[in-house]
Design a protein around this ligand. Structure first.
Ligand code: TXA
Ligand code: MG
Length: 348
């Protein structure tokens, strides 16, 4: 059952109504919170230079204050206004990938409040590619800090319905432009280090980035040991990296292509215990899986479906979700990263 507690405005994703965009922009300028679509996932936006508004976003999500937010801006010129340095690699990457699903971590400029950056001396910026996000950013004329519009550590929202059900009345307005086309969060690249480091894999792949700026350093692995030395207050390259993140309510178990037999056994045991079993499968599996979602064989199509499939299995009351792992290849890095995080237990 959907029950819309929060004003929701339906928009044409390609040609959003200017009146609705003006209303959303006014709310942001008044310190309000607006959920809006980007090409990756829905964001929960606040005026980035208004510390009180930003604190409301943290409170709404239940997000720890040490995890900084991404600042969204309308173009590269606006990005330069929130950073202290704009190195040549920022120029190259922004020209190649903005507007689009790439976030750049740069030295922070003096106008950005501590609330946004969690006290770090860096700030993450991106120009999103969704026409609704761009229209809003152009209209509002200030940077907008926005995390994904989900409760902390839960699945990111790819529809306005996910936002509504996850965050209830936290937003003052939800802009609904249907499902987001990319489906997983932006690639985050730290340009304050040389060579640059991918902090979070996403739709823009390492190979695509390297074609523009040359070699990148290896990414920290989710669940791997913290990196040492000079990476920020807590010694973490990206404070959000070590959390169990993007997780459905159900227990999620990843299995490799050659582990189909073990996965089928797990499904049988769970079904016998009365647990409802779901599956995200790349191939047919002979097992008592009540809710099977056949997943696409290509990474972009898989990413687009991933969160909505997991939201759907949660809504269907699944207790256990068996996920056939996609191949260990670079173009699957973003999807594999999200699946591994979702499979980690809270105490890991
Ligand atoms: O696609 C996206 O990036 C979406 C849409 C809404 O733009 N946003 C998003 O935001 O995923 P959030 O807050 O869920 O994730 C931001 C990530 C976190 O892992 C955070 O730790 C990292 O970016 N981050 C933000 N500022 C940072 C900084 N100064 N240094 C290192 N990592 C940073
Ligand atoms: Mg998030």
């Amino acid at each position: 059952m959907l029950c819309y507690l929060v004003p929701t405005v339906s928009l044409d994703p390609l040609r959003p109504d200017p009146g609705a965009i003006r209303r959303a922009a006014r709310l942001l300028l008044d310190g309000g919170i607006v959920a809006f679509p980007t090409e990756t996932v829905y964001g929960l936006g606040a005026h980035a230079l208004d510390a009180a508004a930003v604190r409301r976003v943290f409170a709404a999500k239940g997000r720890p204050a040490f995890n900084p937010l991404i600042v969204h801006v309308a173009d590269a010129a606006a990005a330069r206004a929130v950073v202290a340095e704009w190195p040549p690699k920022a120029e190259l990457l922004s020209a190649a990938f903005w507007p689009g699903p790439l976030t750049l971590v740069l030295r922070r400029g003096p106008t950005v409040p501590d609330e946004v950056t969690a006290g770090l001396d860096t700030v993450a910026v991106r120009v999103p590619g969704h026409p609704v996000a761009l229209a809003l950013l152009r209209e509002v004329g200030v940077p907008v800090a926005a995390p994904s519009a989900n409760p902390f550590a839960r699945l990111s929202p790819t529809t306005a319905g996910h936002v509504e059900r996850g965050l209830g009345e936290a937003a003052d307005l939800i802009l609904d432009a249907g499902a987001t086309p990319v489906g997983i969060e932006s690639t985050v690249v730290d340009l304050t280090r040389e060579p640059p480091v991918i902090l979070r894999p996403g739709a823009v792949t390492a190979a695509e980035l390297e074609r523009v700026v040359g070699p990148l350093a290896a990414s920290p692995q989710p669940g791997g040991p913290p990196r040492s030395g000079g990476e920020g207050r807590d010694g973490l390259a990206s404070p959000g990296l070590l959390e169990r993140h993007y997780a459905p309510r159900a227990e999620l178990r990843l299995f490799g292509a050659e582990e189909g037999g073990a996965a089928a056994d797990a499904a049988r045991v769970a079904a016998r215990e009365g647990r409802t079993v779901g599956g995200l499968l790349l191939r047919a599996l002979e097992a008592p899986i009540r809710h099977v979602v056949p997943m696409p064989q290509k990474p972009a199509a898989y990413a687009r479906l991933l969160y909505s499939a997991l939201h759907g299995l949660d809504d269907a009351g699944c207790d256990l979700v068996l996920v056939e792992a996609p191949p260990e290849s670079p173009e699957w890095a973003g999807v594999l990263d999200r699946l591994r995080r979702a499979a980690r237990r809270p105490d890991e």
